[in-house]
Design a protein around this ligand. Structure first.
Ligand SMILES: [Zn+2]
Length: 315
């Protein structure tokens, strides 16, 4: 016991002594080199390690699931009608049009639903790019997830923003919305998002799309065609903006098919047993190669190599 104590004391003295020496004669630090070159590194690693946006004018580069963001701007974590969730992910960045969209949409959604405001989930990383988990898209600063949950009446703590989960509004059988949870406010929330002119698509679970079709009946509103069924999306909507005019290298998505997408044939795919209850696929023999910088538009190398915007704040 005593020997161990002395040994520990000796070690701590040594450690203390070493730091004292270092403080007196600072040794030049060799430049830090990543263990592998940035070209070979998975792009998701490169982009998620970069904590601040690049300098330069804001530009969305590439395609929603394969690109990056120059000159990203931050959505403040608290606004008059919104709070940002999961701050630890550092994904509250976007093209300025996305930030403006949220600043405008939050009070409109509050008015349409009677909610205090909205809870904002993932947008993009400071320089966009592939994400290490959670999404294939969200890469060019034009995608945002907004939760099916009214903003609470108090400012959430950092911990609450990590711990609270969005509310699933779809029934367990995935065929309909959950009547105990779904309200007309949810419909108003989605409709308000889809009505905004620079919104390209609003992705929701197929059971939600089906319910919207039921509510709106045969009134073929143009906003309805933007509401598209997609996997998951039972506890949030995913809003995607059109390519901004200032971003010539932003690749447009093919336009949504004409019509409101409410016909049985349009929705049938989503309610097939194989889609509702997919069989687990065997793990691939060769694991898929993660995207590298070479797989992204060439301009994304400049984005990752550019100095950080000194005015950007990291939280
Ligand atoms: Zn999303």
């Amino acid at each position: 016991m005593r020997t161990r104590f002395l040994a520990a004391l000796g070690l701590s003295l040594l450690a203390g002594g070493a730091s004292l020496v270092q403080a007196q004669t600072p040794a030049p630090m060799p430049p830090e080199k990543p263990p592998i070159g940035e070209e070979k590194m998975p792009a998701k690693q490169l982009f998620s390690q970069t904590k601040l946006p690049s300098i330069g004018k804001a530009v969305a580069i590439g395609y929603y699931p394969r690109g990056c963001l120059q000159g990203g701007v931050e959505l403040p974590v608290n606004g008059p009608n919104w709070q940002v969730m999961r701050l630890s992910r550092n994904r509250n960045w976007g093209h300025p049009e996305l930030v403006h969209f949220l600043e405008k949409f939050a009070p409109l959604a509050a008015r349409a639903t009677g909610w205090k405001g909205i809870l904002v989930g993932d947008m993009a990383q400071p320089r966009g790019g592939p994400l290490p988990f959670g999404h294939l898209s969200h890469q060019i600063g034009l995608d945002v997830d907004i939760w099916f949950m009214p903003e609470p009446d108090h400012e959430l703590s950092r911990k609450e923003r990590e711990d609270i989960s969005a509310i699933n509004v779809v029934a367990a059988d995935k065929l309909t919305v959950n009547p105990k949870i779904w309200t007309p406010q949810h419909a108003a929330f989605i409709k308000t998002a889809a009505q905004q002119p620079n919104v390209e698509r609003v992705l929701v679970n197929a059971a939600i799309k089906k319910e919207l079709c039921r509510i709106e009946g045969t009134q073929h509103f143009s906003w309805m065609s933007k509401v598209r069924p997609w996997y998951g999306h039972d506890d949030h909507i995913h809003v995607r903006l059109k390519c901004p005019a200032d971003s010539p290298n932003c690749r447009k998505q093919p336009p949504v098919p004409a019509g409101d997408g409410c016909a049985t044939k349009d929705l049938a795919f989503w309610f097939k047993d194989s889609v509702l209850h997919p069989k687990p696929s065997p793990p691939p023999k060769v694991p898929p190669k993660p995207l590298t910088l070479a797989d992204l538009p060439p301009a994304c190398k400049n984005v990752i190599d550019a100095p950080a915007n000194p005015k950007a704040v990291q939280r």
